[in-house]
Ligand binder design. Structure first.
Ligand SMILES: N[C@@H](CCC(=O)N[C@@H](CS)C(=O)NCC(=O)O)C(=O)O
Length: 226
């Protein structure tokens, strides 16, 4: 068996696939492709040119949700998708809600201006105007997502059913890049969501990737304890 994930892990879509592989106890190789400077023949692996792409021996796939769904069928134990039809659909919905809603918001309003742009400009941190704009977005645009997630989680340990699913992985994963910028739902306003994120982020499937990624941003210290 030879499983390969292509794409830089600071992409939440790449990270989601790596977390699923780890939660399933699978050994895989990671190839650090930058989608802006892809290797020759990249479009054969990833027809849209995006990361992640994936190979299982000579079988290629692209798109994080497709890859995760494939892994579930190919390696069913432990299951990361519910079997009951409505629960299954809810888990997929929550994955979509994060990947198509929250991730793009966090990327454009926080991760790019506060982390990536200063890094590329060789500055230790974003200028005051960028920090204020990000703070305004966090105050005005993020609470609707966090209110919804707090309600959906309820008193449960996991978002759907009694076990870890793709929904939990997608939700916690979507918050990783924000935490590099010191952004997380406040404990006093979203206590259950915040405790969930802390639990998820301390799983080794997350924390080992954070240890690998965070030095790129010089952002490891205090990540979990903010
Ligand atoms: N729906 C895709 C989204 C992947 C995606 O947008 N990846 C970004 C990096 S985070 C990318 O490759 N962007 C380059 C582009 O859009 O050309 C998935 O889940 O894999």
């Amino acid at each position: 068996m030879s499983l390969i994930v292509f794409g830089t892990s600071v992409s939440p879509f790449v990270r989601k696939v790596r977390i699923v592989l780890t939660e399933k106890g699978l050994f895989y190789r990671h190839e650090n492709v930058n989608e802006a400077k892809p290797p020759d023949g990249w479009r054969e692996l990833s027809p849209l040119g995006k990361i992640p792409a994936f190979k299982d021996c000579d079988r290629a796939l692209a798109g994080s949700s497709v890859i995760c769904a494939y892994l579930e069928r190919r390696f069913p134990i432990p299951p990361l998708y519910p079997t009951e039809p409505y629960d299954y659909a809810r888990a997929l919905w929550l994955e979509d809600y994060m990947d198509d809603g929250f991730v793009p918001l966090g990327r454009s309003k926080v991760f790019l201006p506060l982390i990536v742009e200063p890094l590329l400009a060789g500055k230790p941190e974003a200028d005051v105007a960028a920090q204020e704009a990000a703070g305004k977005a966090v105050d005005e645009e993020f609470p609707a997502f966090w209110d919804y997630l707090e309600r959906e989680l309820g008193e449960g340990e996991f978002f759907v059913g009694e076990h870890l699913t793709i929904a939990d992985i997608a939700i916690a994963n979507a918050h990783v890049n924000l935490r590099y910028a010191g952004v997380a739902p406040a404990r006093n306003r979203w206590p259950r969501l915040r405790a969930f994120l802390d639990r998820m982020h301390s799983r080794s499937s997350f924390s080992n990737l954070v240890k690998e990624e965070a030095p790129i941003f010089d952002r490891l210290s205090g990540w979990i304890s903010d």
